[in-house]
Design a protein around this ligand. Structure first.
Ligand SMILES: [Zn+2]
Length: 132
């Protein structure tokens, strides 16, 4: 019972997710080679609280720990992207994994790999309900 709108939404989401997956894989390659540029670092730091968390460590430790944190955040995000791609086409994409309600379109557009609605995402982050 897929409507034209949902088919269109899914093909758009697939494009976004595939682009994201490619970008994340490039970041992982860059990290492993120690060749990540500033722009890439910043875009990945946005995915996590890397910067606040490590702000008061010394520079050398900071750089190393930051690279590790970024790698972990990137792997986690890549897993979310793969998971979202796996849900496309079988009607599970865009549905909150916890409450089963549709995730708002604007949220999916900003973060197509979202697994939860805004409300449940907050609960996951606070550890109220189980994460991955
Ligand atoms: Zn929910």
């Amino acid at each position: 019972m897929a409507s034209d709108w949902s088919v269109m939404k899914e093909s758009k989401a697939r494009r976004l997710l595939e682009a994201e997956r490619q970008r994340l894989q490039e970041v992982m390659d860059g990290l492993q080679l120690g060749q990540l540029n500033e722009t890439e670092q910043e875009s990945i730091a946005e995915l996590s609280s890397v910067d606040q968390h490590l702000a008061d460590l010394g520079t050398e430790t900071f750089e190393r720990e930051k690279a590790e944190s970024i790698l972990i955040a990137t792997e986690a995000h890549l897993a979310d992207v793969e998971r979202a791609l796996g849900k496309l086409g079988d009607g599970r994409f865009g549905i909150c994994e916890t409450c089963g309600k549709p995730i708002p379109d604007e949220r999916l557009e900003a973060r197509p790999a979202s697994r939860f609605c805004v409300e449940d995402q907050e609960k996951v982050e606070q550890g109220v309900i189980g994460g991955p």
